[in-house]
Design a protein around this ligand. Structure first.
Ligand code: SF4
Length: 197
């Protein structure tokens, strides 16, 4: 059904439509002991092409916000709720989310992060297991259980939301700053680590 090697899924055919639309499985990237983990929805076209999450325009927005908060990509791990690109960028179905959940749970168990940031509606609702008005609750920290383990989830708007709604920029920036604080990742006393860029 599926195989995992450490944090990476190496073979899986659980979702027939996604197996058709993907060109590869896109696993999470970043340190295997990251204190801060970002969870997105699913790979898009650029991610599918390059085999990495958040590398298109949304990735640039995320990188900028990380830098402003004194963080770098190298400090964090980024992964997705489903690891294969849905056709025509549609949302993953409930069945696909549930098919892939075991891998996400295993990844979170192995990482054991201080905080999990959910980027947008789909990952926020998936991990908190309830309906949410993400733009209203963005920046709030929720205590939940994931695979039986207590976890701290910080709800965030999707980085792309800041592109079509500039009003979301501040919310997003504040959320990433909160993420940096909660994770305890050394941000060099608030100074951006420019050497990393
Ligand atoms: S999305 Fe997840 S469960 Fe579905 S085929 Fe890809 S790796 Fe497997």
């Amino acid at each position: 059904m599926g195989e995992m090697d450490g944090l990476s899924v190496t073979a899986c055919e659980r979702c027939p439509e996604l197996c058709e639309s993907r060109s590869r499985i896109v696993n999470g990237v970043g340190p295997d002991d990251a204190d801060l983990v970002f969870v997105g929805e699913a790979p898009g076209a650029t991610e599918d092409e390059r085999g990495e999450p958040f590398v298109g325009r949304s990735g640039d927005v995320l990188d900028d916000a990380l830098r402003d908060a004194g963080l770098a990509r190298a400090d964090i791990r980024i992964t997705n709720c489903v690891r294969c690109r849905p056709p025509d960028n549609r949302d993953p179905t409930d069945e696909e989310l549930s098919n892939c959940r075991e891998y996400l749970e295993r990844e979170l168990d192995l990482l054991d992060p201080e905080v999990i940031v959910t980027l947008g509606k789909v990952p926020s609702e998936h991990l908190l297991e309830r309906d949410l008005a993400v733009t209203k609750v963005a920046g709030s920290v929720e205590e939940t259980r994931i695979a039986g383990t207590p976890r701290r989830v910080l709800v965030s708007v999707h980085p792309a939301a800041t592109l079509y709604d500039p009003g979301q920029r501040e919310t997003f920036a504040e959320t990433i700053a909160t993420a940096a604080d909660l994770s305890g990742v050394d941000t060099g006393d608030g100074q951006a680590r420019l050497g990393d860029f």
